[in-house]
Design a protein around this ligand. Structure first.
Ligand code: SPD
Length: 279
């Protein structure tokens, strides 16, 4: 029997999908993992009751997390992904022929296993020889001082609750900044600027303590509460609008959402956020 599955926020709002069938449900060491076959979005990955990604609309999130950073980073040879166990972020990075090595550090092996099995349309680059997969704690990983520096670091985590809470801490952001090459670029998802406005602003304030230049940008994420989503590019001083035209143009034919016009438009700020971020 089909049933409604709702993601609930602060007991005040619910966002739901009609589910045809539960394809997978297991509690890992870290979280409850579910794969639901939904009527509209197809298979959906859910972690601890929160929608993470779906076959039908994942491109909005993954393209927007990855491609703006890849378009403005001076170099993209060596990329680190923290989280991203569904494989969508790695897929987007590996579209770039200049990428020599991608290190993906995901804490939960069961998320990777379930994604490979039920969401193969998202993780299409698992077999790329440039990808090194590490099952481990991303926070501990970036804290290591023996690591090489990265040209780009991408944080593809969950919301600031449960096992992901530490991924929003100043200490973690400072470790990421320390692992970046001098002109390297860090990008992360930074929640809904509408439904979770205070969380969004809080993350911006924390990022500003760790990086010299911090710029949020916006786009749709239909599976997430309130749809309007944000990501943020951080660096010592790289201009987030200085697109490497040739590099961005090369991936555009493969994109469903991102292109250079979207890139420029995504950095526009509402009046409300302009004021809030100036304070
Ligand atoms: N509210 C959900 C936020 C989830 C962000 N990460 C999704 C992971 C997709 N690779």
């Amino acid at each position: 029997m089909p049933f409604w599955y709702d993601e609930t926020w602060e007991g005040k709002t619910r966002y739901g999908c009609l589910v045809r069938e539960t394809l997978y449900s297991e509690k890992s060491e870290f979280q409850q993992i579910e794969i639901l076959d939904t009527a509209h979005y197809g298979p959906v990955l859910v972690l601890d009751g929160i929608f993470m990604t779906s076959a039908r609309e994942e491109h909005f999130y993954h393209e927007m997390l990855v491609q703006p950073a890849m378009a403005v980073a001076p170099r993209v040879a060596n990329v680190l992904i923290i989280g991203g166990g569904d494989g969508g972020t790695a897929r987007e990075v590996l579209r770039h022929p200049e990428v020599e090595r991608v290190t993906l550090v995901e804490i939960d092996a069961k998320v990777i296993e379930a994604s490979k099995r039920f969401l193969p349309m998202i993780g299409t680059a698992w077999d790329d020889p440039r990808l090194e997969l590490i099952v481990g704690d991303g926070i501990a990983y970036v804290g290591r001082e023996d690591l090489q520096l990265f040209d780009v670091i991408l944080l593809d985590g969950c919301d600031p609750v449960g096992p992901s809470a530490g991924l929003f801490d100043l200490a973690f952001y400072q470790s990421c900044a320390a692992r970046l090459a001098g002109d390297g670029v860090f990008a992360t998802q930074t929640e809904s600027p509408i439904l979770l406005r205070e969380v969004f602003l809080d993350i911006q304030r924390t990022l500003r303590q760790a990086f010299g230049r911090v710029t949020p940008y916006f786009g749709p994420a239909p599976l997430y509460a309130s749809d309007q989503w944000s990501w943020t590019i951080c660096s010592a001083g790289v201009d987030p609008l200085a697109i490497h035209e040739e590099r961005a143009a090369r991936v555009e034919p493969a994109m469903k959402y991102y292109n250079r016009e979207i890139h420029r438009a995504a950095f526009a700020l509402s009046q409300d956020l302009k004021r809030a971020l100036d304070d």
